[in-house]
Design a protein around this ligand. Structure first.
Ligand code: FMN
Length: 153
């Protein structure tokens, strides 16, 4: 079934997944009649993106880049989605331990090529997850859902 709001994430150790839980919880609260679906980056594909009204991406930092799973996802959707999802609203959250600059930039560069429109500041979480990070993840999901539901995004 097509998702209105598609959350694509990957997490090996569970930390990004903890943020994802909050993103989903926020989106569920604000989604109105919209549907919200979570897919692992290895499971999501171009049709999921093309059918969604907004996309939220979540990845850990790996070796100064996004996770291999997120890269695999973006590689698989890039050409099928090129010029077919222009101005697609998207949001991004990234979890790392020390330096996530390269991870953030790596996603943004590819998504810029796809012509998507980032509608919220990137949520960057570095180090141990603190309660304000969980709140920020919740807000990211809620704001994305409310913005799409109301047509602002
Ligand atoms: C192979 C590997 C590479 C990593 N590279 C980075 C990095 O470049 N920058 C960073 O801040 N953290 C890096 N980390 C730390 C993870 O991004 C961090 O522990 C994250 O919270 C793990 O997310 P997860 O539990 O969702 O898998 C790396 C971890 C691993 C295992």
């Amino acid at each position: 079934m097509a998702a209105d709001i598609l959350v694509v994430h990957h997490s090996r150790g569970g930390e990004t997944a903890r943020l994802t839980e909050e993103v989903l919880s926020g989106a569920e609260e604000a989604r109105g009649a919209l549907s919200v679906t979570l897919l692992d980056a290895f499971a999501a594909g171009p049709d999921d993106v093309l059918e969604a009204r907004g996309v939220i991406l979540g990845t850990p930092a790996r070796f100064g880049y996004m996770s291999g799973a997120m890269k695999d996802f973006l590689e698989r959707i890039y050409h099928p989605c090129l010029e077919r999802a222009l101005r697609r609203p998207f949001a991004l959250y990234v979890k790392g331990d020390s330096d996530i600059t390269g991870a953030v930039e790596s996603v943004e560069r590819i998504v810029r090529g796809l012509g998507w429109k980032r509608v919220l500041p990137v949520l960057e979480v570095v180090g141990a997850i603190q309660p304000p990070d969980l709140e920020a993840a919740h807000d990211l999901g809620a704001t994305m859902a409310a913005g799409i539901e109301s047509g602002i995004f």
